[in-house]
Design a binder for this molecule. Structure first.
Ligand SMILES: Nc1ncnc2c1ncn2[C@@H]1O[C@H](COP(=O)(O)OP(=O)(O)OP(=O)(O)O)[C@@H](O)[C@H]1O
Ligand SMILES: [Mg+2]
Length: 354
């Protein structure tokens, strides 16, 4: 049985440090939900409040609509995989997996059977009698996940479980974890500071900065419609051109910038005269003149196969990055020259400066 998790205005103070302030969101039962943000923004603190290792100094945690106040980690339907996980090195794999069941009075034969079922689930059938030291990093990670699933949690809390693995293994494990979550239907709350990991794995993502919730949205929405300047800069690459709003209408805004007037999709709260920034993704910039044109001095070109990253500098020194598809490289400007790049207004977002 999987559960929903509702955070209702939770906050955490450590002495004079406010680690988390007024965070509210609801994770649906069976959802793969990520919490994304830079180091120190309060991700682990939120997970520890959900698991019951920390009691919030304000607000409530509800799991499956039940208020969790006063309930310890063992009384909650959650299991947590910690940032620095460790298996018991002197215990075979199957006993590691069944560890939580012994405390619940499950007999040895039944424990072995459950461990074998879980080994099949994580594609490590037949590995039960190995010692943790005889497994690869990714295999150990899967055993840690099986151990957490053994107690049949309604909610699995994962604190950067892939951060210790190399890039190749991390990408492989992303797909495995995602498939495992869909197969079990358990609610996953997954912490990461890696935005591509969050985008690739999640049904929805909460972005945090400095203890504050910035936005909760699907990966697509986060990328296409960032709600705050922080999200626009933190999720994916972007070009940011600052100016002042000079016209608004039909969901679009014109911003007067040092590079000339630029148009983009407008946030509802924008007002004429307000300081605002136009955010354009590198892949939205094409060589040539168009509705919105930026001129920059081309300083570097990184060929990456499917596309080339063209780096340039605006007259004021700010950086420009354009991702030009290889099929259009014939149009790409030469190094050291001043070149024009244009973008469609609907591919840019205008947000008021914070
Ligand atoms: N027990 C504690 N006592 C005092 N301050 C703490 C405690 N635990 C966390 N903090 C502070 O709270 C803030 C949030 O910490 P937290 O561990 O939640 O960050 P995080 O987002 O998980 O970061 P990372 O990505 O580095 O793991 C930090 O400024 C941290 O120093
Ligand atoms: Mg952390």
């Amino acid at each position: 049985m999987s559960h929903s998790v509702e955070l209702d205005g939770i906050g955490m103070r450590f002495g004079s440090t406010r680690a988390v302030s007024g965070v509210s969101f609801t994770v649906q039962a069976g959802e793969f939900f990520s919490i994304l943000g830079p180091s120190g923004c309060g991700k682990t603190t939120i997970l520890r409040m959900i698991a019951g290792f920390l009691e919030p100094t304000e607000g409530r945690v509800l799991i499956g609509d039940r208020d969790m106040r006063g309930l310890g980690p063992n009384q909650r339907p959650t299991a947590m995989i910690f940032q620095s996980l460790a298996l018991f090195p002197l215990m075979p794999v199957w006993e590691n997996i069944a560890f939580g069941l012994e405390a619940r009075g499950v007999g040895r034969a039944e424990r072995r059977k459950r461990a074998d079922d879980l080994l099949r689930l994580i594609a490590l059938e037949g590995y039960g009698d190995r010692m943790p030291g005889e497994l690869s990093g990714g295999q150990r990670q899967r055993v840690a996940i099986a151990r957490a699933l053994a107690v049949e949690p309604g909610v699995l809390l994962l604190d950067e479980p892939l951060s210790a693995l190399d890039l190749k293994l991390r990408q492989h494990m992303r797909a495995e974890l995602r498939a495992l979550q869909k197969r079990t239907g358990v609610t996953f709350i997954y912490i990461t500071h890696d935005q591509s990991e969050a985008l690739a794995m999640s049904d929805r993502v909460a972005v945090m900065s400095n203890g504050l919730l910035q936005q909760v949205a699907t990966p697509r929405q986060l990328y296409d419609n960032p709600a705050t300047p922080f999200v626009a800069r933190f999720v994916g690459e972007t070009n940011a051109i600052a100016g002042r709003v000079s016209a608004i209408g039909d969901g679009m805004a014109r911003v007067d910038t040092a590079l000339g007037p630029l148009h983009g999709r407008a946030d509802r709260s924008l007002a004429i005269g307000q300081a605002a920034t136009v955010y354009v993704r590198p892949e939205a910039l094409m060589p040539g003149v168009g509705a919105n044109t930026l001129r920059a001095r081309v300083s570097r070109m990184d060929f990456e196969g499917a596309f080339a990253l063209v780096h340039g500098q605006f007259p004021d020194g700010a950086a420009l990055t354009a991702a030009v598809p290889s099929t259009r490289l014939g149009d790409a400007p030469a190094l050291g020259t001043d070149a024009s790049f244009s973008f469609a207004p609907e591919h840019a977002v205008v947000l008021a400066d914070a």
